[in-house]
Ligand binder design. Sequence first.
Ligand code: NAD
Length: 378
Amino acid sequence: MKVAALRETAAGERRVAVTPETARKLIALGAEVAVEAGAGAGASIADADYAAAGASVGARVEVLAGADVILGVQGPDPASLVGTKPGAWLVAALNPTGAGEKGGRARVDAYATAGLEALAMEWMPRITRAQSMDILSSQSNLSGYKAVLDAAAEYDRAFPMMMTAAGTVSAARVFVMGVGVAGLQAIATARRLGAQVSATDVRSATREQIMSLGAKPVFVETVAGSEGAGGYAGETSPEYQRAQAELVSAHISKQDIVITTALIPGRPAPKLVTDAQLATMRPGSVVVDLAVEQGGNVEGAVPGEVALRHGVRVVGHRNVPSRLAADASALFSRNLLNFLTAFWDKEAGRPVLPEGDEIGDAIRLTRGGQVVSARLVS
Ligand code: NAD
């Protein structure tokens, strides 16, 4: 049973799917681990660290030869997967419905043609059993933290109130829009830095979570939001959207920092901040749009850029978890390890996804040369 870990090739991707710690644990389970040379470089892990953990290190063709399980952060270019074993698992964030060269249906088709069993880790169901395997949660948590630090770095004022002999510096006012995993961590981080924090969401359950972190909830009270399903939000009604826009307009002009994290599964990110609303903010304010790669929550946010709009810096970094590559890799690789361990079949000496298992059905994209995911074929 051989596990292969690939070096990421997507632009700006610094994470790695296996660390020396998880390599050691996979070896303890009985696997042989092969890591592509240079795979850990972006996360400050040397090839020698993998070798010391008991893994072999080599070129991609050597690593892939005879591999039963191929691990990646993002989906690898199918053309680079030469000589893979039929039925081998490909476990990564495969972006099955994404457009462009980083993901999408064409790649899924190519994985099927190559005979791989492609497993999209971002489609992990939100059930208790799968929490430790949930890459969206582990990476969003770090994104929420980093968004606040990115905002602080762009902001030309301080976050905490400071009383000095030269006068008082007032606390930054931070508004977090979208209080899922990333938003909760953004609230906690901004609070730790001494900001005055408020937050909003469409799911009413978040109100208590906001208050428990010492922040102020700012909610539409007149129209029902969207409770969604499985912890995810759904689309809101036009009445709600109007009421939310009014609320945001009234609130945003008094904020120094806005961090948006709002996502709706399978849809473009909801537009929450207009250009006109940005224009009401004080020059020097900072807006971080964590949803910029999913269409953006903020009008004028540009993926990969810090755009200046009406004196407001609109931050649109791509792949924010990769900006914390070492910790992001540590958590991502543990998510993959937890998945492989949970389905490890001792007798077979390899992971096996039982027929009809909720997790397997949710994440399996291809099998036996066919695309089999209900979300892709229906
Ligand atoms: P997400 O990334 O899909 O969305 C981020 C947030 O944006 C959500 O809170 C959503 O309600 C909010 N949002 C959507 N549209 C909005 C709008 N128009 N205005 C304001 N906010 C809007 O969500 P997420 O961070 O992945 O997680 C959402 C929930 O799921 C959390 O409560 C989390 O604890 C839960 N969760 C459960 C599990 C599990 O049980 N295994 C795993 C992960 C997350």
